[in-house]
Ligand binder design. Structure first.
Ligand SMILES: [Zn+2]
Length: 259
């Protein structure tokens, strides 16, 4: 029996449109445009099924071994595409394109989930001081032998589920900023014993939630934490990534055994 194409509610269109940021995820073409004759923007997208609504023989053949979604018309299985990418995707179905679209969609879902989770997680005020320091700090410390930075334990934490580039970013951030951040943390601790412990716990619990939502993908987890810090503090994503790297290095939950 053939699956029936459903009509999506305007609110569902809003959700699907917002996840793309307004551009076709395959070619980047805008998915709303303004006609000279019209007061309002015109829709220039179509709703595409990632796993085909009714797979034909060659699609079914290509999809052998890939599980169909429980609900073919669920929002999780559709994505907005510009009309030409949609036609090309359906008519010239390729498994690589299917996996690419699936990957894009999973990233959208993961980002949306992380954004919603971000509002429920607080961050200690002291985080501002550390971020300000990161922004203004311009020296790198060559000699770390006097410090407690344990590079091999950091490497151990970043052993699995992370790309080499992401690993490199976290590692060099942690090394470059270890001394200034640690000194700032000591100052804060002299004033308030618990502040940094609370901050570390807040970052740890956000890490655990993100890790649960995105198992085995530390790149995504790291970036979600940094985005959350940036969102909560209004500071740049660059500074937030440095701070996140420091706390990853300092944190007991961010390790291979937690996955
Ligand atoms: Zn397109």
């Amino acid at each position: 029996m053939a699956n029936i194409r459903v009509k999506y509610h305007p609110n569902e269109h809003s959700i699907l449109y917002s996840e793309t940021g307004g551009a076709c995820p395959l070619c980047g073409l805008p998915m709303m445009f303004k006609k000279a004759t019209s007061k309002h923007p015109t829709i220039g997208y179509e709703i595409a099924h990632i796993y085909p609504l009714n797979a034909n023989a060659s699609q079914a053949n290509a999809l052998k071994g890939y599980k169909a979604p429980a609900e073919i018309n669920a929002l999780e299985n559709v994505i907005l595409l510009c009309p030409s990418c949609h036609t090309k995707y359906d008519k010239d179905f390729k498994i690589d394109e299917y996996l690419k679209l699936l990957d894009i969609k999973n990233k959208y879902l993961s980002e949306a989930k992380a954004k919603l989770t971000a509002s429920q997680h607080a961050l200690q005020e002291e985080v501002h001081e550390i971020l300000d320091l990161i922004v203004s700090s311009d020296s790198t410390y060559e000699d770390l032998s006097e410090t407690k930075l344990n590079v091999s334990s950091l490497d151990e934490k970043l052993k699995t589920g992370i790309s080499p580039l992401q690993k490199r970013e976290i590692r060099s951030n942690a090394i470059d900023f270890f001394v200034p951040i640690r000194n700032q943390i000591r100052l804060i601790e002299q004033r308030d014993q618990a502040a940094i412990r609370i901050l570390q716990n807040q970052i740890n619990s956000y890490y655990l939630v993100m890790s649960k939502q995105n198992p085995d993908n530390k790149d995504i987890v790291f970036n979600h934490i940094a985005q959350w810090v940036s969102l909560k503090t209004g500071k740049s994503i660059m500074a937030s990534k440095v701070l996140t790297s420091f706390f990853v290095q300092n944190c007991e939950v961010f390790d291979a055994s937690s996955n």
